[in-house]
Design a protein around this ligand. Structure first.
Ligand code: 6PG
Length: 476
């Protein structure tokens, strides 16, 4: 009898199945087209651990009860189609886990539908790419809490661990909570990647040599920015074509996206979360894809002036501080959104644990998440990381360097939407007063939308006759 079945043997499914087998679990595997099953079986080092299935119906008798089936499929219709087949084969009380990048709304819907039929559905975000899947991903499970104890030993055995031995796979919450947290992870991934790309562009405008740039990223990986994405960037910036040109300079500057970043932004608008940095990162990818129009515009509108001269070591330090501060803002916004989501969707999210889940195995793994965990351990109800002493101080210390980096980008015509969005958010969030009073007056002027007064109770609304007497009246 097998402990679990993995359905969908693309690169992620195959590697998860191999990981499970390495951890001593008996795994049944199935793929709709048999070719992928054959590839997988060719890679198995302990064949007695893995059984290849040729028909989904075999699932009924090859798994110990309650059965556990892990779907590693492309998000969308394929997941619904396989779930429908499974409900004709499995029995109530069995567990179906969706380990793909599903939209959390779909996971909520599937969880509710399967619950009614007696199945335990779990939507588990899995991060870490191919390597993570094979040797230890970060896993963010949510769904039916009754299913968690049944799959916990299996999922935790294959997950990444921090240096302190903490396992990066913990229960996130009911329904779509696991896939929601994975979606925020991916949004943050977009933000981190965009900030790094902007810093790289700024370094080029500041006339650092290719060698200096690569070395800088390596050095940064020993400091506050230590992270997987900084590390891989340093590696990328060393690889050259045969003629000596950096490979990255030959890659078409038009970014793809599968949709998780966009979902994060859509949800931010629905919740009213100020997710400005990740939104800019998504728009930056969208703008990059307008390659032909950008080329045409660059021929029509020439640049005036040149980038200012800078002192390299001062610049590098400023840029590191600016990237660090911007990253703090990005995570501030991501965690603010999760708090709003928890309220809206009825989840009891543990923010410190979420930071821990991302500490190893996943794409955004970084040293800095330890400080986020500490902040939420100190105050689990922290509204925003900007209100935590450690981060408030870190931002203030970085402020001058951050402004100087943004200004250099503006003077040098380097588009840095994410870094600027971060600074603008910082200035907005820590402003006790904003110019929104004028917006309220304008709204009242043209639409009689009313306003509140700072010297009157919040439940009293006012309207002014702006075009006539200027008289103000209370509107009930
Ligand atoms: C991960 C990644 C993974 C994948 C994204 C990339 O956590 O392992 O986020 O989910 O790389 O799908 O997404 P884009 O194609 O949208 O950049």
């Amino acid at each position: 009898m097998n402990d679990i079945a993995v359905i969908g043997l693309g690169v992620m499914g195959r590697n998860i199945a191999l990981n499970l087998a390495d951890r001593g679990h008996a795994v049944a595997v199935y793929n709709r087209s048999p070719g992928k099953t054959e590839i997988m079986m060719g890679q198995v080092s302990s064949p007695q651990q893995v059984e290849a299935l040729h028909d989904l119906a075999q699932l009924k008798d090859c798994l110990s009860a309650p059965r556990k089936v892990l779907l590693m499929l492309t998000a969308g219709a394929a997941v619904d189609a396989v779930i429908e087949q499974l409900t004709g084969i499995l029995e109530p009380g069995d567990v179906i886990i969706d380990g793909g990048n599903s939209n959390f709304h779909d996971t909520q819907r599937r969880w509710q539908a399967l619950k009614q039929q007696g199945y335990l559905f779990i939507g588990a975000g899995i991060s870490g790419g191919e390597e993570g899947a094979r040797h230890g991903p970060s896993i963010m499970p949510g769904g039916d809490p009754a299913g968690w104890p049944l799959v916990q030993p299996l999922l935790q055995s294959i997950a990444a661990r921090t240096d302190d031995g903490e396992v990066c796979c913990q229960w996130v919450g009911e329904g779509g909570a696991g896939h929601y947290v994975k979606m925020i992870h991916n949004g943050i991934e977009y933000g981190d990647m965009q900030l790094i790309a902007e810093s790289w562009a700024l370094m080029q405008a500041a006339r650092l040599s290719e060698q200096e740039i690569a070395d800088t990223f390596y050095q940064w990986n020993d400091g506050v920015l230590q992270s997987y994405l900084i590390e891989i960037t340093a590696d990328i910036l060393r690889v050259r074509d045969d003629d000596g040109e950096l490979r990255v300079q030959r890659i078409l500057d038009s970014a793809g996206q599968k949709g998780t970043g966009r979902w994060t932004v859509i949800d931010s608008l629905e919740l009213g979360a100020p997710l400005t940095l990740i939104s800019e990162a998504v728009y930056a990818r969208i703008l990059s894809a307008f390659k032909a129009q950008r080329v045409a515009a660059s021929e029509k509108i020439s640049l005036s002036g040149q980038s200012p001269e800078v002192d390299t070591s001062v610049f590098v330090n400023n840029c590191e501080q600016a990237l660090y501060a911007s990253k703090i803002i990005s995570y501030t916004q991501g965690f603010m959104q999760m708090r709003l989501a928890a309220k809206e969707y009825g989840w009891n999210l543990q923010y410190g644990n979420i930071a821990l889940l991302w500490r190893a195995g996943c794409i955004i793994r970084s040293l800095f998440l330890t400080d986020i965990k500490k902040a939420f351990d100190q105050d689990p109800d922290l509204d925003s990381l900007m209100l935590d002493n450690f981060f408030a101080q870190a931002l203030q210390q970085a402020e001058a360097a951050w402004r100087s980096s943004c200004m250099l980008g503006i003077q040098s015509a380097v588009p840095m939407p994410a870094m600027n969005a971060a600074l603008i958010f910082y200035d907005g969030y820590r402003s006790a007063t904003l110019s929104a009073n004028l917006l309220q007056a304008q709204r009242d002027y043209f639409g009689a939308h009313t306003y509140k007064r700072i010297d009157q109770p919040e439940n009293v609304s006012f309207h002014t006759d702006w075009t006539g007497s200027g008289k103000e009246e209370i509107v009930s």
